[in-house]
Design a protein around this ligand. Structure first.
Ligand SMILES: [Zn+2]
Length: 65
């Protein structure tokens, strides 16, 4: 018994395509927004682009006392 039949492959492809089309429509009509990449450090409030805040974390990534 094979679980991945051509019918299931077609169904998966069509469902994924429908989801992609709906996402594009939502972005075009302003119903969806892309997540902002920039975020603020909760401790000092500066914009953080890396994984950790470079001002609050030391050069080795550990927190300052
Ligand atoms: Zn910070």
């Amino acid at each position: 018994m094979t679980l991945f039949t051509p019918h299931l492959a077609l169904l998966a492809a069509l469902t994924t395509a429908a989801g992609a089309v709906m996402m594009r429509l939502g972005l075009c009509r302003g119903m969806l927004q892309l997540r902002k990449i920039e975020r603020r450090c909760p401790a000092c409030g500066r914009l953080v682009r890396d994984r950790v805040c470079p001002w609050c974390a030391g050069p080795d990534g550990s927190a300052k006392p």
